[in-house]
Ligand binder design. Structure first.
Ligand code: SAM
Length: 294
């Protein structure tokens, strides 16, 4: 057998193989993620739990999923629970993902905001709820920057909140560095304007979002299932895409109500393109999972 590197050798010998969770063990975690994060797991998620979490068990030398559950329950700090949240949340994202939404913003939403900029929309506040590693938040920021211009968005004219429950992805978001492959969907003009090339060794380059964009964004960690959010302001625009899909219907309804409450009258709510057919009270549907508050 040929080994590619030393760590592969160490990894394969250091960790004991963990048995897949039994039905009872799976149900413990299924209830926990439903209660805490609102996630709805069918039977098919048993393997997801195993695949994403087994390394945590190995690292902590826990024998099985029951001992892992007890370990979380008995733990005095929140780190163990947070590690579980980080492992089980699905965080796929991308710049200009579902680009119809950004076209709709440019053609319909931003012009309306600009029209009322001296009264109703003098301070623009956007929120990317479930922002993952920041691609959606930065796409919004670049698009708004490009459309409204520096004069309108500087000095507090525009602020964007990106929030997620997963601290791992938020760290990436705050850092704002992406590989060439990750930013391939960004138009060249925006890439040139808003990213700085950063050599990272072995002839590889990452690109880091520049200060001009970074300074209008704040990333914060909180759970959307919480009773109260640490937010004082109301927003004109909320993106909550590709998150509701993973939730239990009751939790989805709960979250949609909270999002609508956090919107200003006349504000826009954007859900994922495939997240259709949900009851969104107090909102008028405009197009591709885009709603406006009555
Ligand atoms: C699939 S990603 C979508 C990212 C981005 N909105 C997009 O469409 O590209 C869903 C994100 O929602 C976050 N999430 C899931 N449940 C959450 C909760 N209860 N509170 C806050 N964030 C949550 C996950 O951590 C993940 O980063």
């Amino acid at each position: 057998m040929q080994l590619n590197n030393k760590s592969e050798f160490i990894t394969s010998h250091k960790f004991k193989k963990i048995k897949e969770p039994t039905d009872e063990e799976f149900n413990l975690f299924r209830e926990l993620v439903l209660k805490d994060l609102g996630l709805e797991w069918g039977e098919d998620k048993k393997y997801l739990l195993y695949a994403r979490v087994q390394r945590i068990l190995q690292t902590n030398q826990l024998e099985n999923f029951q001992s892992y559950y007890d370990y979380i329950e008995q733990s005095e700090n929140k780190k163990e629970l947070q590690d579980l949240y980080n492992a089980v949340t699905t965080t796929k994202s991308g710049f200009f993902r579902e680009k119809q939404h950004f076209k709709f913003l440019r053609e319909n939403v931003f012009p309306e905001m600009k029209k009322y900029k001296n009264n109703r929309y003098s301070k623009l506040r956007f929120w990317s709820a479930g922002c993952s590693s920041g691609e959606e938040t930065y796409t919004l920021a670049m698009e708004a920057h490009d459309f409204f211009g520096t004069a309108m968005i500087s000095n507090g004219g525009l602020r964007i909140l990106g929030s997620d429950v997963n601290t791992g992805v938020l760290e990436l978001a705050t850092n704002g560095s992406y590989s060439e492959e990750q930013i391939i969907t960004i138009p060249d003009s925006l890439k040139k304007r808003f990213f700085i090339p950063m050599p990272v060794g072995n002839n590889n380059t990452q690109r880091k979002i520049n200060r001009e964009v970074q300074k209008i964004i704040q990333f914060r960690q909180f759970n959307l299932m919480a009773e109260d959010y640490p937010i004082a302001t109301k927003f004109q625009l909320i993106f909550c895409r590709n998150l509701l899909y993973y939730l239990h219907p009751d939790k989805r309804e709960y979250l949609l109500k909270k999002l609508v409450d956090h919107l200003e009258t006349g504000g826009w709510l954007v859900l994922g393109i495939t997240e259709t057919g949900y009851k969104v009270e107090g909102m008028k549907k405009l197009a591709f999972s885009i709603y406006q508050k009555n």
